[in-house]
Design a protein around this ligand. Sequence first.
Ligand code: FAD
Length: 407
Amino acid sequence: MKSENVDVLVIGAGPSGAVSASILHQKGFKVKVVEKEKFPRFVIGESLIPRCMDNFEEAGFIEGVLEKNFEKKFGARFLRGNEVCHFDFSKKFTEGWDWTWQLPRAEFDKTLTDILTSRGVDIEFETAVENVIFNGTDSLTTVSNVKGEKEIHAKFIIDSSGYGRVLPRLLDLDAPSSLEPMAAIFVHLDDKRRPQGVEGTQITFDVLTQRNWFWVIPFSDGKSSLGLVAPKEYMESIDTGNNAETFKNIINQSDYYKERFDGLDFLFEPKKIVSYSAAVKKLYGSGFALTGNSAEFLDPVFSSGVCFATESGATSARLAARQLSGEAVDWEKEYEEYIMYGVNVFRSYVRTWYTGELQKLFFHTPENPEVKRKVCSILAGYVWDKNNNFVAKHDRAVPAVAYSLPG
Ligand code: FAD
């Protein structure tokens, strides 16, 4: 069997793997990425948040992505009947990026891998990891593609395999999620009746009921992504057996959007994902780190997925580089505790969104500008800024404010 040697093997070329591979390559390590699919490939996760930009900047991706003219995202709008709550990232509490992108992930992920390839990073597409054997921190990975199998010796593995969850499966690291099982159905369409100006381009979350919400993500090419997120049982109850039919009925539930999208052709059969929240027992082990969706995924409601994917990709790459240079790394403190702090902040906001407490705060008028600035920082992904008491006291802040409001 053919074999090769690398410093770091990155499994998966989504945003998490691309960021970690880029940072390690910049630091002079021999990196190899293996990716199961041929790019471009569809993946959901199209609304980014500003904290991602810090990670893209560190990975050297901003300029190359700017050339693609993806739609810029400056905030987000939440609707509930006639009520509106708009967040403007430039008004957030924490210093940092105040814009990001909303984009089709197939083109975006391809852009990142094209940049990496042009810099000499070795990415092998249509090549899947089949098995990994560890010997201390060294590992031997078996990968397969149409040419057959080969072995890759690595001094460290970053598992960024997303929904593939390669190492959690092989090493029995999967853990149950603490969140209730939710489901989503989504599609792209040609947004032919898109209004001019901000109304046509802004990201909107239309709250249909306390636990059901509808997303509208307009792209710069005139297409838009639409999706419904709801409890699994509800999704089952509206299933007509035909995803296109089911999705047409969902569009009709949105008083705000039904005219704009009524009768437009879907660009593919609507896709469904059920019980997508995921967790692991450990985020690292001897010779490996889990990043992005291969580690934890909460819920799409605050678009935190790519933020964690890139934050964990960048953090694990920095730590792996230090370890490979002979420095001692405290993975528990410097990786797991750090990443899980941010995950747990977001978890509190996801939880209070579905209990209705956060929605009460969002839609209450008059709004409290100080509270809004601090919550805006969370929505921008600055969930590690402990100067923000809505971060430091994430589990209590929202319920306390909601309790103090009338109604
Ligand atoms: P991925 O982007 O999934 O990339 C992993 C890669 O690993 C894939 O290309 C895959 O082919 C490859 N791979 C898998 N198995 C193997 C293998 N055996 N060998 C080699 N390669 C392999 N996030 C947001 O930020 N914003 C959103 O608006 C958003 N909306 C969402 C809506 C829904 C309904 C859901 C379920 C999720 C949403 N997310 C969103 C989350 C988002 O999809 C993920 O968090 C994000 O894509 C994770 O990036 P990643 O790099 O970890 O994994």
